[in-house]
Design a binder for this molecule. Structure first.
Ligand code: ZN
Ligand code: ZN
Length: 125
């Protein structure tokens, strides 16, 4: 395929007279591609930092959204745990229930009839 070479930036076919190592149809496209590459590099770096931060957080621990305490999952606590203790989990669950019932008083009847199994504890979270 002799006509397969295209500009990397605008995807237009390159001139036949173009050098074999030519990637772009012109200087404008080359500059554009360079800017795009720089931006991509920046985004890549940001993503790298975010990923390493997540890894670090996973190792060092995470913050309980209920009481704000830092805790380390894996030491007596499930790795996917969001709260430092069952107490905080229940407190957060209660607060959520309270918020939802305050926002929609009509749903209270449905909730009370559904929590009739006696457990009353969240199954997930
Ligand atoms: Zn081009
Ligand atoms: Zn907590």
């Amino acid at each position: 395929m002799a006509t397969s070479r295209r500009c990397w930036q605008c995807d237009r076919p390159l001139r036949v007279t173009a050098r074999t190592d030519m990637r772009y149809c012109g200087t404008a496209c080359r500059a554009k591609a360079r800017r795009r590459r720089l931006r991509w590099k920046k985004e890549f770096a940001a993503e790298m930092i975010a990923t390493s931060m997540a890894h670090l957080q996973d190792r060092v621990g995470r913050r309980c959204p209920s009481c704000g305490v830092w805790f380390a999952p894996g030491v007596g606590i499930r790795r996917d745990a969001r709260y430092c203790s069952p107490r905080c989990r229940t407190a957060a669950w209660r607060a959520r229930q309270h918020a939802s019932s305050a926002a929609q008083p009509l749903r209270q009847a449905v909730t009370s009839s559904r929590t009739g199994d006696g457990s009353g504890a969240p199954t997930s979270g």
